[in-house]
Write a protein that binds this ligand. Structure first.
Ligand SMILES: Nc1nc2c(c(=O)[nH]1)N[C@H]1C(S)=C(S)[C@@H](COP(=O)(O)OP(=O)(O)OC[C@H]3O[C@@H](n4cnc5c(=O)[nH]c(N)nc54)[C@H](O)[C@@H]3O)O[C@H]1N2
Ligand SMILES: Nc1nc2c(c(=O)[nH]1)N[C@H]1C(S)=C(S)[C@@H](COP(=O)(O)OP(=O)(O)OC[C@H]3O[C@@H](n4cnc5c(=O)[nH]c(N)nc54)[C@H](O)[C@@H]3O)O[C@H]1N2
Ligand code: SF4
Ligand SMILES: [Mo]
Length: 754
């Protein structure tokens, strides 16, 4: 079953597979004996990761073998989850779901899609079929507790929310990392296996690394300079950088970008009030330090500002992401080598397909939530509105489907959401564990393990620092009689549409694929424009599922084989013959072809973005007097809320501790090793205290994804080191209004010793 069969004896073989656990996408070399994985290490020959892996990568084996990982569906009987066979599980869903939709309408069903869906080819391709079949606007996902602001800003400025510039890590001379800790996270919206090694290489070649973070993270420790910013104030810091550049006559777009950027003067004028001197006390960063970074970024041969979760999950998330684009543009780094560049995904994306260079642009607000009237953004509503749409809407959500998500631990005001889920009439979860969220489900449908399915990083390679492609075949066969994840999702859609428990997902897949091919042959921008759909479909074959759909995307993508038009071009066959991946080289300038804005320019002065600056200005005084605030942090051996059942990852000293600066500890009467009671507007938790100068004064830090002590769950290892759920403290009302994204960093809290 492996991609390359290096048979050393009768039973032992080697398979190569991309790790699906985080965005780095490392290549793994997996030794399999019979049906058992005996070893996992980094694939030295992988074209992108060159042998790198982190401690999580090798635990795909433990994950596969975890006795708590679900192999068969669970159904709730008299409040207790018991194993059932697949037919029984489907029958229950077919009995309940279409009935609720029939009686109450489509909007009575909500869907929540979680983070692992973005690392999962089946889910990426077939969540769409599920959503289409359901037809509900009540779609929620982890995006609104994560990267949505970055995508919204990109939508306005570049015309498509998938057009997110990434730092050209391997060539940059000056990198400013804001609100990201790639030494722990391995990077995000910047796909770069061995991110730490790539950062070290910047310094080794004489470049500079600056980290802006309220915590002295591991990344900050490795940097030339750490700027301990006050949480939530990055927009002010960046606006002041841009203004410093303008005041000092340093704005220089470079000939290439200058021809394609509009609105520079308007942006300069709009940002003029935000001088370094004006924002210094609010940001906690001196005017001199702000001016110095601005000057250095402009003076460096190339440079880039990169922002992540600490910049997006704040009340100014969208304009912060936009201001990152502004300073990258002003300093002459937009779309140039070593600057902020646009990947060209091999499987295609919204910025490779369709008409090149212009488009409809980006907008929000096709629909609003019922209770708070929050606008739709990228086809979904804010995750933090889920609870009230269940409990307080005139037409409430009655049924919920979750796919690869654990919102009860991962989204704001968790206690309220937990209670709301308890009120649902019916809930289905597609998940591998019985956890804090899925314990509410009437039916849990478990997909095969990570090792039992094929993989291509369809979403994350769109943010990669090199253009690469890598397909992995399943390492182990699927359990007898169990469906693949794509079949589960497609079938769930068919059942919701009333086609009954025996509906065949393969039939729906044939139809879906035929639709895609029809559209492509009719698209003048497509490499198969004008060809016969039947011919293309015949070449794609009759084996339903994600591999065939991926082949279509690769072949019609920017490097594609084009069904014979470009021999040697990208296809699944090519990637199967190259199990260590195919490298299409470093990022290349893509302006103006990457744009999809109505004007055909980089719309730097989009009115929606400029319009939010008044709110930013009004917040300056409040920030300057900010009381104690809570931020998060990640640990290398953890992964959001769900890898805590793997013993080798969680053993050792407890990680779910509250970091408190010594000055604050003294003032608040907290002792290292003691317990603190943390209270926010919406909740209270007690957590063990670690006194450390890793956080700046006035800031405390607690990681998210913990709190595994809830009854009704079945994660035995996790329950032994339960920790506390930091999202009990996150306020569901605190949002970045432009993106609907929750404020998870910079939460005002009161703290007292217990
Ligand atoms: N306070 C605070 N909260 C945060 C964050 C923060 O920084 N601070 N970070 C936010 C971010 S960035 C994110 S992405 C979200 C994550 O939020 P979620 O996506 O809601 O939660 P996860 O913890 O990733 O849970 C993943 C779920 O998927 C299941 N699962 C794992 N693999 C698979 C699979 O292959 N298929 C299926 N069907 N299920 C699978 C797991 O068992 C688990 O139930 O959390 C957010 N919450
Ligand atoms: N080991 C591990 N790896 C992961 C994950 C995981 O849970 N564990 N999750 C994955 C996911 S889903 C994601 S989205 C990525 C996230 O990847 P990153 O964005 O790198 O996430 P973090 O490591 O949480 O780093 C965020 C940093 O922002 C800082 N910060 C908090 N508030 C502010 C602020 O207001 N301003 C500034 N400038 N900084 C602030 C925090 O102190 C922290 O150091 O990681 C992915 N990789
Ligand atoms: S860095 Fe991410 S992709 Fe690489 S081995 Fe670790 S978890 Fe897997
Ligand atoms: Mo995330």
């Amino acid at each position: 079953m492996g991609t390359e069969h290096d048979i050393t004896d009768d039973q032992t073989r080697t398979a190569f597979r991309t790790c699906p656990l985080c965005e780095a996408g490392c290549g793994l070399e997996i030794t399999v004996k019979g049906d058992r994985v005996t070893r996992i290490r980094g694939d030295q020959a992988d074209v992108f990761s060159h042998g790198f892996l982190c401690p999580k990568g090798s635990t795909l084996k433990q994950l596969h073998d975890d006795p708590d990982r679900l192999r068969r569906p669970l159904v709730k009987r008299d409040g207790v989850h018991v194993e059932a066979d697949w037919d029984e599980a489907w029958a229950i869903i077919a009995d309940r779901l279409p009935q609720i939709i029939g009686e109450r309408g489509r909007e009575s069903v909500a869907v929540y899609l979680g983070n692992p869906s973005a690392h999962n080819l089946g889910a990426l391709l077939y969540n769409r079929s599920l959503l289409q079949a359901l037809g509900t606007r009540r779609r929620f996902s982890a995006s609104t507790v994560d990267q949505m602001p970055r995508q919204v800003a990109a939508g306005y400025v570049f015309g498509s929310p998938v057009t997110v510039p990434v730092p050209d890590l391997d060539h940059t001379d000056y990198l400013v990392v804001m609100g990201a800790n790639p030494y722990a996270s391995n990077g995000s919206l910047c796909t770069a296996p061995d991110f730490p090694g790539r950062l070290e290489a910047i310094r080794a070649r004489g470049g500079t690394l600056v980290v802006v973070d309220p915590r002295r993270s591991r990344t900050a420790e490795e940097a030339d300079r750490w700027i301990a910013i006050r949480p939530g104030t990055d927009a002010l810091f960046l606006a002041a950088m841009a203004t410093a550049m303008a005041e000092e006559g340093l704005v220089q777009l470079g000939d290439h970008a200058a021809a394609h950027v509009s609105g520079v003067d308007e942006v300069v004028a709009a940002l003029a009030p935000f001088t370094p001197e004006v924002v210094a006390s609010a940001t906690g960063v001196s005017a001199d330090d702000i001016r110095r970074v601005a000057r250095e970024l402009c003076a460096a041969p190339s440079g880039s500002v990169y922002g992540r979760i600490g910049t997006t999950t704040t009340e100014f998330g969208t304009i912060t992401s936009w201001l990152i684009d502004v300073v990258n543009t002003f300093s002459g780094n937009l779309d140039r080598r070593g600057g902020a560049m646009f990947p060209k995904p091999v499987a295609g994306s919204g910025n490779t397909r369709g008409r090149s260079g212009t488009g409809k642009g980006f907008s929000v607000g096709r629909g609003h939530t019922q209770v708070r009237q929050l606008p739709e953004v990228m086809g979904e509503y804010p995750a933090s509105a889920m609870a009230e749409e269940i409990t307080a809407a005139a037409d409430p959500v009655r049924a919920l489907i979750t796919v690869a998500g654990n919102p009860v631990l991962s989204t704001p005001n968790s206690d309220q959401l937990d209670a709301a889920f308890g009120q649902l009439e019916f809930m289905v979860s597609v998940d591998i564990y019985l956890n804090e969220t899925t314990k509410h489900a009437d039916v849990i449908l478990p997909p095969p393990s990570q090792l039992q399915r094929g993989h291509y990083d369809l979403a994350l390679l769109g943010f990669a620092v090199r253009n690469v492609a890598n397909y992995s075949e399943p390492v182990l066969p699927i359990d007898e009689g169990a469906p693949d994840e794509w079949e589960i999702l497609a079938k769930l859609g068919l059942i919701a549409a009333g086609l009954g428990p025996d509906a065949d997902p393969a039939v729906a897949d044939d139809l879906g694929l035929a639709g895609m091919v029809q559209q492509s042959v009719g698209d003048p921008g497509s490499p198969i424009h004008g060809r016969a759909a039947e011919e293309i479909l015949a070449e794609l074959g009759t084996q339903a599922g994600p591999e065939r759909m991926l082949d279509f995307m690769l072949q019609t993508g920017p490097y594609g084989a084009g069904f014979g038009a470009n021999p040697g071009g990208a296809s699944v066959a090519l990637l199967k013959a190259n199990p260590h991946g195919v490298d299409y080289g470093p990022l290349q300038p893509r302006l103006p072809e990457v744009l999809r804005t109505p004007s055909g320019t980089v719309e730097l002065a989009h009115p929606v973005l400029l319009g939010d600056l008044a709110r930013l200005a009004a917040a300056i005084d409040r920030f300057a007097e900010q009381p104690l605030v809570l931020v998060g942090r990640r640990h290398l051996r953890s992964n959001n809320s769900w890898m805590h059942n793997i013993e080798v990852l969680v053993k050792g000293k407890p990680r779910c501790t509250l970091h408190v600066h010594p000055d604050d500890a003294h003032r608040l009467g907290l002792a290292d090793g003691g317990v603190a009671r943390i209270t926010s507007r919406v909740g209270t938790v007690d957590a063990p205290v670690e006194v450390t100068d890793e956080v700046r004064p006035g800031v405390v830090s607690l990681p998210h994804g913990w709190g595994h002590d809830q009854p009704g769950t079945r994660m035995r290892v996790a329950a032994e080191r339960a920790g506390v759920n930091s999202n009990v403290l996150a306020d569901h009302e605190a949002l970045d209004p432009l993106s609907g994204t929750s404020v998870l960093n910079g939460i005002p809290v009161d703290i007292s010793p217990v």
